[in-house]
Design a protein around this ligand. Structure first.
Ligand SMILES: CC(C)(COP(=O)(O)OP(=O)(O)OC[C@H]1O[C@@H](n2cnc3c(N)ncnc32)[C@H](O)[C@@H]1OP(=O)(O)O)[C@@H](O)C(=O)NCCC(=O)NCCS
Length: 264
């Protein structure tokens, strides 16, 4: 498995024993009032091989410190490209948040060990995430984590693993808040979160969130197409006026990634 960090899959699989995660009891899912969840809802969409360019663009736009935090080492552009090329969309789950220009402003990778390497009773997955600096502190990292937890629970995964540098306060806060047990080894930390089992509510929640995110994406696609039409028919300034009219949207592009304009 091409893991989100530099950990070898075999090390993770050997390390994982459910009884070693705290008291071994899974953390119950968060109980957040419905109005609060709707208010803070973020459209998180599953990514596919056709999104590789945008994933690469997102990761390559991170600064060196963020790359270091994300991968656990200072991955070079070539190593990042290799990581993106090796992403296995069949086995793993890669998901992201798009702005209204359909640029990827946040993404996460939930990596599963290759089948047959872990007994069914010990299924685990590794979580890696990144959010563009200009979009941080808005809850995207936490929501991608919650999404990963829900997704993993519904696939009979028993634990999530997160590798973070010990200085990575934001990532460790997200993991701890979810109930993860964090083990610190000098400047590196490992967080393990025991997951509760799935139920009807967890499957319905995932299905609903997926549908809503898909709808949101299609809407953004239409808006982008409309912008192209306006631009080619009446010129850029008319299209810019459309942008101004949409300025209430928090997903305004503020980085180079925001200029992405590729086929969805
Ligand atoms: C880690 C990361 C994904 C967090 O993304 P985010 O969208 O800013 O996360 P959230 O907005 O959900 O914030 C999570 C919590 O961390 C806190 N936080 C954010 N940045 C922080 C910082 N620099 N120091 C301390 N706490 C911080 C937030 O206040 C929030 O806590 P709160 O809900 O109690 O206010 C983002 O910082 C990032 O992409 N970093 C680079 C890559 C990386 O480190 N990946 C993780 C290793 S795989």
């Amino acid at each position: 498995m091409e893991t989100p960090s530099r950990h070898a899959p075999s090390d993770l699989v050997a390390e994982f024993q459910p009884g070693r995660i705290g008291d071994g009891k899974p953390t119950p899912p968060k109980k957040q009032p419905l109005y609060e969840r709707l208010w803070t809802w973020v459209p998180i969409r599953a990514l596919a091989p056709r999104h590789r360019d945008r994933i690469a663009e997102h990761l390559l736009s991170l600064g060196p410190q963020d790359v270091y935090l994300r991968f656990g080492y200072l991955a070079s552009p070539a190593q990042i490209r290799k990581y993106v090329d090796m992403l296995d969309f069949e086995r793993d789950e890669v998901f992201g948040v798009f702005n209204r220009h359909l640029a990827l402003i946040a993404m996460a990778h939930l990596a599963y060990p290759p089948s047959g390497t872990v007994p069914a009773s010990n299924r685990m997955a590794e979580f890696g995430v990144s959010v563009l600096p200009s979009r941080r502190g808005r809850g995207y990292g936490s929501q991608l984590f919650d999404h990963a937890v829900l997704h993993a629970r519904n696939r009979d995964v028993h634990a999530l693993f997160i590798h973070a540098l010990s200085e990575n306060d934001a990532m460790l806060k997200i993991a701890r808040r979810a109930g993860a047990v964090v083990k610190r080894h000098a400047n590196e930390s490992e967080a393990w979160l025991a997951l509760p089992g799935d139920n009807l509510a967890s499957h319905l929640e995932e299905a609903f969130a997926e549908q809503a995110a898909e709808l949101n994406y299609r809407f953004k696609q239409r808006a982008r197409d409309l912008r192209h039409l306006l631009e080619s028919t009446w010129g850029k300034s008319t299209a810019d006026n459309l942008d101004d009219a949409q300025d209430f949207n928090p997903d305004l592009p503020t980085t180079s990634a925001g200029s992405t304009d590729k086929k969805a």
